[in-house]
Design a protein around this ligand. Sequence first.
Ligand code: COA
Length: 392
Amino acid sequence: MRRAVDHSYTMKLVTAETYRPGLEGVVAAETSLSLVDGQNGRLIIAGYALEDIAAHASFEEVAFLLWRGELPDKATLDEFKSTMATYRVLPSATHSLLEQAAHHQVAPMDALRMAAATFDIDLGDVDDFTRAKAVAARVPPTVATYWRYLTGQEPIPPSPTLGRSANYLYMLTGAEPGPATVRALETYFNTVADHGVNASTFAARVIIATQSDMVSAVTGAIGALKGPLHGGAPGPALDMVFEIGTADRAEEVIRAKLDNEERLMGFGHRVYKVRDPRADVLADAAERMFASEGDMGLYDLAKSVEATALKLLEEYKPGRNLKTNVEFFTALLLHGIGLEIPLFTPTFAAGRVAGWIAHCLEQQRTGRLIRPDSTYIGPTGLTWEPVETRKG
Ligand code: COA
């Protein structure tokens, strides 16, 4: 029998006015990296409206902007790109690890998390800006190399001349992608590069704030991104489009889902109560890519599924403001680029790594350890009993 527990001390401590489950509404950082304005549907990246920068900049320009606070001039950008390109060659330890992970059929996000921990094995004592370039450069080749091992194909060595996005697709397939496909992927990477103190970014900031290192922070962030509540769910949005198959079936299929109280994947958002600005940027990017290098039929079907879903969400959930979110067009775009569903979340990581690193650099400047409080709600006053006399 357990003895009676004294709860009086506990009761005094439960003054939970400041407790916010999930830290909702708690401001945990000041940042100059991105402004997520959920009421007005605005996303600002280091001063630039997302729709102004995402479709025009290269990923390297956005990474430089986030890490240095300004866009690079031409000579600086060329140098930045070519240094990053040299780090595409993965350490041999990373290759061996990926080969072993494929032997065990490890999921791509787990393989990326394991491999990320090896990214600095050959770097020595470089400064943080160099480390940032190496870490960000190595994510796409790791994902591509792992995919080749996992699917029983020889890995493809990186191209030293292609840009980061084109090289990713080249290392996945062995073919140089067309310009519209590269532009679409570049726009995707830019669109997801940073988004406030989301869960994986917060994880990175907590780790770096202990004066740990960037590779530890990025490895932890990859672990946080993997979960279905964060980066792990774009696949199902595409499944619905395929399940519908033809535009004339959209209303019937979506009605059945809503009658069944199912959630429509790719709609609704915790922060954005108007349309997610990333959805528009990705919809435009998808339209341009499908029009020149893809299957316009699939794009048209997705648009008509979207329109029907929005109409029926308003009918079934009036006043809830359920709009298209980033996942809907992410799924369509990445599928159109030719990526298989297991590659969607690792590809998200290949874009978000720019933001993780930027937040690490920013957090290092504040120097403040992140250490919230907790309210103890367990018992006190228990008395130690040796195992020999302890009763079950
Ligand atoms: N389809 C149908 N109904 C939805 C919905 C969706 N995608 N998203 C929310 N709702 C409904 C809820 O059932 C709830 O209805 P009720 O008030 O009648 O109970 C209402 O809208 C509010 O939902 P709530 O769970 O409070 O919203 P939230 O802000 O907590 O949820 C999401 C945000 C993203 C979790 C939610 O919209 C969702 O599950 N979306 C689908 C998954 C998805 O696309 N995830 C990727 C996000 S980027």
